[in-house]
Design a protein around this ligand. Structure first.
Ligand code: NAD
Ligand code: MG
Length: 389
């Protein structure tokens, strides 16, 4: 209809991060399709201000309250509403004025605002895998009740989601998540014991935020993704397989009951899954480089080294146990990765912290949302005590 606004209004939670900034590039290249309604950041006030001035959202939130005045002052000449504090994230998620939440906050901190958006029946473009790792049963149940579509942004899950389009009547036999293997593929504990922060942040194929880069190096990321896949696609643990594929060209695969396997492929570039999630069900034409098969004469696949990268096994244990185990695994991992990034513990200590915390926090088979918050807190405290922080 003439004059009708057909653009989708996007709320980017975590707009200053790796996913958030790439999402804004997608918006910029597709101004006829998307408008920015909300932007949120934790600490980076400079970038948030710059983004707000460029994209003119309705509201922004700087979670760190000590930075509120700077942001407020910088945006004083605009109509942009400025919020601050953790609770404001939930208030903003409660706005009626946006269509899609891009959940791009890292870690457990993304759970509350994402859950609020789910309760509002918003479309969720989900990058924040920790939300499903921690409370996947509750999030998926609420999504069903409120008809909130959850479209994955994580490249593996986007691949699976894309393979499933048109297959709603056909059960999945299994999904095969591909993993690059990270920067330490093929390395053994005698090497890993000396690994430092900067080395772990050098991912061979993807450029990502610090936490997920470390998770990729320890293979915890793939473990978290197995749990994410379980909830997103309603799978049993034994239907989820992981294969190391160092070239990161096949982003993941689905095997159906006739044995046929569908894969989704392309260069490793998060802008594609971000764009797919924001544009779904439409594919959006772009000028990203097209894949050149001749430049990849060999695509290889191998078994993960479970003995060296023990986080993967711990995540599988957590997935199989269910209850609050994945929540505890995630919380301990967040603390351990934080300590590693601060050079307070070694690379292999991350696994030790996660393992000990999983052994210590009492198991709850059918947790309520409050139980998840309590388990998260308990696991963080225990892990912090182990680390003497
Ligand atoms: P990042 O560290 O680059 O950015 C995180 C964003 O969250 C920033 O905007 C930051 O301000 C905000 N944030 C951090 N802590 C916060 C807190 N306590 N409260 C509120 N906001 C907070 O992270 P990223 O790499 O963009 O990853 C974001 C999420 O997407 C993660 O869950 C990650 O696992 C997932 N993901 C990322 C990639 C990638 O390529 N970067 C790929 C797949 C999935
Ligand atoms: Mg991924």
């Amino acid at each position: 209809m003439k004059g009708e606004n057909l653009t989708k209004k996007i709320a980017i939670f975590g707009s200053t991060g790796s996913i958030g900034t790439q999402a804004l590039e997608v918006v910029k290249a597709n101004k006829h399709l998307f408008e920015v309604e909300i932007l949120t950041a934790h600490n980076n006030e400079e970038l948030l201000i710059q983004q707000a001035l460029e994209y003119q959202p309705n509201a922004v939130c700087i979670v760190n309250e000590s930075k509120y005045d700077v942001v407020k002052k910088a945006l004083a000449k605009t109509d942009i509403k400025v919020f601050s504090g953790e609770e404001a994230l939930v208030e903003l998620a409660d706005f009626d004025t946006y269509d899609i939440m891009l959940a791009a906050i890292v870690g457990f901190a993304g759970l509350k605002p994402t859950l609020k958006a789910v309760e509002k029946g918003k479309v969720i473009a989900l990058a924040n895998k920790e939300t499903l790792v921690v409370a996947g049963d509750i999030v998926m149940q609420k999504a069903l009740e409120n008809r909130a579509p959850i479209i994955p942004v994580d490249s593996e899950h986007s691949a699976i989601f894309q393979c499933l389009v048109g297959e709603s009547r056909n059960p999945i036999e299994k999904v095969i998540l591909t993993a690059s293997g990270g920067p330490f593929l093929g390395k053994k504990p005698n090497f890993l014991v000396n690994v430092k922060r900067d080395h772990a942040l050098q991912h061979p194929n993807w450029s990502m935020g610090a936490k997920i880069s470390v998770d990729s190096a320890t293979l915890m990321n793939k473990g978290l993704e197995m749990i994410e896949a379980k909830w997103l696609f309603n799978l049993k643990p034994e239907q989820i397989d992981v294969v190391i594929h160092p070239q990161s060209v096949i982003h993941s695969m689905v095997q159906f009951e006739d044995g046929s396997i569908k894969a989704q492929m392309g260069y490793p570039d998060m802008k594609l899954p971000i764009q797919y999630a924001l544009g779904f069900p439409a594919r959006i034409k772009n000028d990203f480089p097209r894949f050149q098969f001749r430049k990849y004469p060999n695509l290889s696949f191998e078994e993960p080294d479970y003995k060296t990268f023990r986080n993967l096994g711990l995540a599988i244990d957590a997935m199989q146990s269910g209850g609050n185990k994945p929540c505890v695994l995630n919380a301990a991992n967040e603390i351990a990765v934080w300590a590693f990034l601060k050079n307070r513990i070694g690379f292999l200590d991350i696994t030790a912290v996660v393992e000990k915390t999983m052994e210590s926090v009492p198991f709850i088979p059918n947790p309520s949302l409050q139980d998840y918050f309590d388990s998260d807190g308990e696991a963080r405290n225990f892990a912090a005590t182990l680390l003497k922080i």
